[in-house]
Design a protein around this ligand. Structure first.
Ligand code: GAL
Length: 719
């Protein structure tokens, strides 16, 4: 024991106070710009264990070194009464983002949350599908608490008496500046365990911290090309003929379709599930999946993981299931190899081996009334709480391995995830249906290392249908979930043409989307992300401050969270700013970051770092391109190009600046890119002496995949 600890012990004994060990952290740089700190005795099961995330070392090395971004002496950790008390400093103007998939606010400073996996219940209180304990600061760093417990977060709300910047007490009777929420200078997190591992991610920009976090978790998943096409989830209880008929309608009417999702009804029993095909509705599943593939459409299967007493695996898996059932189905303890083997063998045998392309894994989030209670026990000894926090991670990781084994990529849907889940092939969705909040969730997904789809299900009017469809096309998964409504893209005849145009635009943009997802994988940049991560947008700049003009941020930094914040526009890939329209709106404000911006559809200059008021009409979702932006496009095909299929490439350039782009290419279906079978082709647009723009693209390297031919250039901005 060193001198200080002895002295501390002495004082503690002398004053009669309980001995509280202020361990502090011993920071160790585990990757460039990533530090790990350990306090107390961390539990053996945590988020990184559950997810098995392994860092993308090459990607992290590329971002390079950073300074430790916080004053170390101001971070404290104390273990007391079986719990760990964490404290991180905050500066006056600092803003916070993240803490998982929130739906209603982007700014988190001032929030009190209990991070808890659950179906989103309409309030940002920490209960959400991916309550990732990771936050990002506008000062350019990130903090991740690697715990699979429910965490209490005070994100700049508690006022400590030992604060560096203590607020002064004011007299409410006489002082107009009195506030019910005096200034707080700390993020404090209570971890219900006797120790925890914490990671700090360096900047310098907030986006760098996000990239480091994503790469530390393996980088984003590189979806198969078809995963970025269109998907339709058909009505529950559909049989083989009905599915085929629906697919045929898409083809006949000329709407793109890459995969169809079967909802409850393909299994002999559901809620709980058998994971076996229903022989009446699907007499020959292998033939069905093959027939679909022959017309260019893959099959995705809905399921929840709760095992029906009538499932053939029920007896064998029973010893490896929890003390409580869900809908009277057994809950496999998926931390146990025995349970994993029995469970996933069934999936492999009946689905993956006949060519099923992926899953939608439902009901792994909540609600409390359905799921196992916190008092449940599991044979592995993992607590019900930890199981709840990580079940989404476990099903994603383990199902992904079924496809990886076959060197085939998958892409599906899941309703729960958590920290460490960045590299899984899943997009989160839910049953909530507020279009505005869906967009805010899309923005926040970029701070949480997860993907989110603002799925379209049904609408009151054609206008709403089109508005929802437009934003869905600018999201990770373009889809209709018609499980209850039976809707199709053309269900509202008055907007059927516009919907088709949007769906085809999604297909045209596939080279762009695919490259942006490759950047998520190799560089950690979230393909869909907040304006706050965009250079020239931060609150120090006039735009955001103007938006929250009635708020004095210096005096009251968390006020912005309650002020009207920018939560309805976002960045999609490197160059696009998307500003969705909502039903009932004919006009909206768009906040442009500093720099010149151009209309995506016409190439016209729209503004430079200002607040626009736009009236786009019903047919268009406002989309803007950064000066020098390059968008690679292909023809509007009905299915994603197959491995090796050559498509024409149209490269669009916007604005007056020269432009550069790195176009990603590989076979689009396998993991061969992990063995070097991929390419980044440099695209350049330069102004020639005669004032005209000229584009060049690096030749496809011999021996590398090349899916493009016949490059044409479109200089969208005419001088
Ligand atoms: C819900 C799910 C829906 C749909 C439905 C089918 O839990 O969120 O998208 O799949 O189950 O019963």
């Amino acid at each position: 024991m060193n001198y200080f600890k002895l002295l501390f012990l002495f004082i503690a004994l002398w004053t009669g106070t309980t001995l509280v060990q202020a361990q502090g952290f011993n920071w160790q740089e585990v990757e460039p710009g990533v530090w790990k700190g350990v306090v107390g005795k961390p539990e053996s099961y945590d988020l990184l264990k559950a997810s098995g995330a392994t860092p993308n070392k090459a990607g992290l090395a590329n971002i390079g070194k950073a300074d430790f971004p916080l004053p170390q002496s101001e971070i404290s950790a104390v273990v007391r009464d079986g719990k760990t008390y964490l404290r991180f400093p905050l500066e006056k103007k600092e803003q916070l983002y993240g803490f998982g998939l929130n739906f209603q606010t982007v700014h988190q400073r001032g929030k009190i949350l209990q991070l808890h996996v659950d179906h989103y219940g309409g309030k940002d209180n920490g209960r959400t599908h991916a309550p990732v304990p990771f936050y990002v600061s506008s000062n350019g760093y990130g903090v991740f608490v690697n715990s699979a417990r429910y965490l209490n977060v005070y994100a700049g709300s508690g006022v400590r008496v030992d604060s560096k910047n203590p607020p002064v007490a004011k007299d409410r009777n006489t002082d107009k500046s009195w506030t019910s929420r005096p200034y707080s200078d700390a993020v404090e997190i209570l971890v219900p365990a006797e120790g925890v591992e914490v990671y700090v991610f360096g900047g310098p920009r907030p986006l760098d911290a996000v990239k480091r976090y994503n790469l530390f978790n393996g980088g984003g998943y590189l979806p198969p090309r078809w995963g970025l096409g269109f998907t339709q989830r058909v009505r529950t209880l559909y049989n083989e003929e009905q599915v085929k008929e629906e697919a045929k309608l898409f083809a006949d009417k000329g709407y793109p379709l890459d995969f169809i999702g079967l909802e409850p009804g393909w299994q002999s029993k559901a809620y709980p599930c058998t994971f076996e095909w229903d022989k009446g509705r699907f007499p020959d599943p292998a033939r069905f999946v093959k027939d679909m593939k022959n017309v260019g459409i893959r099959v995705n299967l809905w399921t929840n993981p709760y095992v029906s007493p009538e499932a053939s695996i029920f007896k064998s898996i029973k010893p490896f299931t929890g003390s409580h059932s869900v809908w009277v189905g057994a809950v496999p303890d998926l931390t146990m190899p025995e349970a994993q083997k029995i469970f996933w063998n069934q999936f492999e045998k009946d689905h993956v081996n006949i060519g099923v392309s992926g899953y939608k894994i439902d009901e792994v989030d909540g609600y409390d009334h359905y799921l196992w209670p916190d008092i449940a026990t599991f044979p592995s000894g993992i607590s019900a709480e930890q199981m709840r926090q990580t079940y989404g991670l476990l099903v994603q990781k383990q199902s992904a391995e079924l496809f990886k084994k076959n060197n085939t990529r998958t892409f599906g849907l899941v309703r729960a995830s958590n920290g460490g889940g960045t590299s899984f092939p899943y997009v989160i969705y839910n049953d909530y249906y507020n279009h505005e909040d869906f967009i805010t969730a899309l923005i926040n997904s970029g701070f949480a290392g997860v993907l989110w789809t603002p799925e379209v299900r049904a609408s009151k009017t054609g206008e709403e249908w089109l508005r929802r469809f437009q934003s869905n096309v600018f999201s990770p998964m373009a889809m209709i979930n018609a499980w209850a409504s039976g809707t199709k893209p053309w269900t509202y005849p008055e907007v059927a043409d516009q919907v088709k145009e949007m769906a085809l635009l999604r297909m045209q943009m596939m080279p762009y989307w695919y490259t942006e997802f490759a950047k998520y994988h190799f560089e950690g940049t979230p393909p869909f992300r907040a304006m706050n991560l965009e250079d020239g947008f931060m609150m120090e700049n006039k735009q955001e401050v103007a938006y929250a003009s009635n708020v004095n941020l210096e005096e009251n930094p968390y006020a912005e969270a309650v002020a009207k914040e920018v939560k309805d526009q976002y960045m999609a890939g490197e160059y696009l700013l998307v500003a969705p329209m909502f039903a009932g709106q004919t006009t909206r404000k768009v906040i442009l970051p500093k720099g010149r911006w151009y209309d995506f559809y016409t190439g016209e200059f729209v503004g430079d770092g200002q607040v626009l008021t736009v009236t786009p009409g019903l047919d268009k979702i406002p989309v803007y391109v950064k000066d020098g932006g390059i968008i690679p496009m292909m023809p509007p095909m009905l299915h994603a190009p197959k491995a090796g299929e050559k498509v024409n490439l149209e490269i669009r350039h916007y604005g007056e600046k020269p432009g550069t782009y790195k176009l990603y290419d590989d076979d689009g279906e396998t993991f061969d890119y992990e063995k070097g079978k991929f390419s980044w082709r440099e695209v350049k647009v330069e102004r020639q002496k005669n004032g005209k723009m000229k584009g060049t693209i690096a030749k496809a390297q011999a021996g590398k995949p090349n899916n493009f031919e016949n490059v044409t250039w479109k200089f969208m901005t005419q001088k």
